[in-house]
Design a protein around this ligand. Structure first.
Ligand code: C2E
Ligand code: CA
Ligand code: CA
Length: 597
């Protein structure tokens, strides 16, 4: 033999190569997670397989796999059991199959029991030797897990994670969708909602309760709606509703009224009874705008007005409201620069001993001289300063100013400074107090800090630590506005206060209303038993003063004695009445009061 390969050798070699090739293919196939299937010419699945390597050769084994058995004997359309795929994809798939073309990556849902499985399918048409179509063969892969992840991501992108209701983005889409069918007889209403007391709940009872409240509110709102309407959470305590097929305003008012009464029912959140009030602003299409953005903005503007004019109620948008909203934004902008521009002034209002009428000290009350608006009261700008965080720097400035002014006064007079609950959230508060005392040289015992119950109700430990540190510096602590808000006596026990200030509303009602007088009496008695000073706020008449005295209050403050006055006036008066030896006489005090009046 000359060693030339014979035909047989060549055949053998080719066979070897083909075997090796198949072996490789089967290796790959048997590790793939895809299932194999084939159909008859009517596209019914006739068999499902897996490739396995057995006994030195490859075998296709019938598998009793859940998915393949669910497909068995059915066409894909039948297996889908009423589920649908996007129209364009379905059309493409049908075209491919009718033309007997291969197809790739056709994704469809099938129903197994009451579960939906998502399959990704590839198929090749099969023809017999005569060229007749005998069916398809292909692979399928269960991509349910991936589909679920995709669906979750898509859901998260359009929903509020806390409450599960749609978010702003989806709301905008829903409004747009609703607007395509809008007619004068079937309008669209966009309602913006704000919870009036949510911030206090969150600050005082903690975020878990706040979160629980938001979830409960979302549930109640959903229960107020028909299936065709949508509620969304815009963030914070703001929700919005799209009401569709609206015949008239009355229908919107009916919904608004359902919502306000549903939310007015107290909530039970983790054992806490919580009450909130909802205010609504409403914009309607076509009357108040034809696009989702305009409607949303106008509903927001109406809400802002409603909060100012009608808390707990609702207002429809009106032209001209926008200009006034800009005013609040302007105020916010102006407030940012007010401190730097020297627009703040601290006024001082005296506090008097009830028995002797002697002035015991002054309360610092902040004023903002706005270059255009004139005097802006703290009730208007302190909430803005709190919302924007500006209260931290403004509060520190008031402390510095008040201590510096008081340092010029006789040693027996104290100075009271109001602290906002928001200031207690800042780690710089104690340093700011220490700084004000250090710079002014004022004795710490002369500084009194006035806080409200809202301070104690927020984040217990940090607040108590700050209060104790302030006490540790030597300052005294007064509980302001007592009787309003929560007025829980437990707060009186949670911290050793030096003073209780009874809210002005009780003093105002005392002469007309035995109930108010009884409350003042009770607070004064309680304070006496705790060895605290009780200050009656807002004493305007001698009649009120007499009652305050007989009910046992020890200190009084109000227009009867003096309105808040600029520091220069206080200085002048104090200089006039102060004796040469630095002691004040009773007449001097009376003179002080009279001149201040
Ligand atoms: P407040 O602490 O309860 O202060 C007493 C308020 O009652 C002051 O109003 C005072 O001018 C007013 N007032 C005093 N006597 C009478 C009276 O006889 N009749 C009537 N009708 N009112 C009287 P003002 O100065 O407008 O301050 C309002 C609130 O703003 C204060 O209530 C306080 O909560 C807050 N505030 C004022 N200054 C500051 C400050 O520097 N920091 C902080 N955080 N809050 C401040
Ligand atoms: Ca006060
Ligand atoms: Ca007060």
């Amino acid at each position: 033999m000359d060693g030339k390969p014979t035909e047989l050798d060549e055949c053998r070699k080719a066979l070897e190569e083909s075997r090796a090739h198949n072996r490789r293919l089967i290796d790959f196939m048997s590790t793939a997670s895809d299932s194999l299937w084939e159909t008859d010419p009517e596209l019914r699945v006739t068999g499902g397989f897996r490739v396995i390597w057995a006994g030195g050769g490859a075998e296709l084994v019938d598998v009793e796999q859940e998915i393949l058995s669910a497909l068995s004997g059915k066409t894909l359309l039948e297996a889908m059991g009423g589920q649908t795929v996007p129209e364009a994809e379905w059309l493409q798939h049908t075209e491919d199959i009718l033309a007997r073309r291969p197809y790739r990556g056709f994704i469809c849902p099938i129903k197994i029991g009451d579960q939906i499985h998502w399959l990704e399918n590839n198929g090749n048409p099969v023809f017999d030797d005569a060229g007749h179509f005998t069916g398809y063969r292909g692979t399928t892969r269960d991509i349910t897990g991936r589909k679920e992840d995709e669906a979750l991501i898509a859901f998260m992108a359009q929903h509020d994670p806390l409450t599960g209701v749609p978010n702003r983005k989806l709301l905008r889409g829903k409004i747009q969708q609703a607007l395509t069918g809008v007619t004068p007889e079937a309008g669209v209403a966009v309602l913006y909602l704000d919870l009036d007391r949510f911030k206090t709940v969150n600050d005082t009872l903690g975020h878990p309760v706040g979160d629980g409240l938001l979830r409960a509110v979302a549930e109640r709102l959903t229960a107020c709606l028909r299936g065709i309407d949508t509620v969304a959470r815009l963030g914070g305590d703001e929700f919005a509703i799209v009401q569709t097929a609206v015949a008239d305003r009355a229908q919107v008012c009916a919904l608004a009224s359902r919502i306000t009464s549903a939310i007015a029912q107290p909530f039970d959140i983790d054992g806490h009874q919580v009450s909130v009030v909802v205010t609504l602003g409403i914009a309607m299409a076509p009357a108040h705008g034809g696009s989702s953005d305009v409607l949303m903005r106008n509903a927001d503007i109406a809400l802002y007005r409603a909060k100012a004019e009608q808390p707990g109620g609702w207002l429809f948008f009106e032209a001209g409201m926008g200009a006034r909203l800009d005013a609040r934004r302007e105020l916010e902008t102006d407030l940012r620069s007010a401190l730097g521009r020297g627009q703040f002034e601290v006024l001082y209002q005296p506090l008097c001993d009830v028995g002797t009428r002697r002035v015991t000290g002054f309360e610092a009350l902040l004023r903002w001289h706005h270059p255009v608006r004139g005097l802006v009261t703290p009730d208007e700008f302190i909430p803005i300063a709190e919302d924007t965080g500006l209260i931290e720097s403004i509060g520190a400035w008031v402390l510095g100013q008040a201590c510096a002014d008081a340092a010029r006064w006789p040693d027996s007079l104290h100075i009271a400074v109001n602290l906002s609950p928001v200031q207690f959230k800042s780690p710089t508060l104690v340093a700011a107090v220490r700084d004000a005392l250090g710079k002014s040289g004022l004795a710490a015992r002369r500084l009194e800090l006035e806080i409200t119950e809202a301070v104690l109700m927020q984040n217990g430990e940090g607040t108590l630590r700050a209060l104790n540190e302030l006490r540790g510096l030597g300052a005294t602590i007064a509980l302001d506005d007592f009787g309003t808000g929560y007025s829980s006596l437990s707060y009186l026990r949670s911290f050793p206060f030096d003073k209780i200030k009874i809210d002005r509303s009780f003093i105002m009602d005392m002469t007309k209303n035995e109930g108010a007088a009884a409350i003042v009496r009770a607070i004064a008695a309680l304070a006496m038993s705790l060895n605290l000073i009780t200050t009656a706020e807002g004493v305007e008449t001698e009649e009120q003063f007499a009652l305050v005295r007989s009910e046992g209050c020890t200190e009084a403050q109000g227009y009867l004695f003096s309105r808040p006055q600029p520091a220069a006036d206080i200085d002048k008066l104090l200089a006039q009445i102060e004796g040469a030896d630095g002691t004040r006489t009773k007449t001097a005090d009376r003179q002080l009061q009279e001149s201040l009046r």
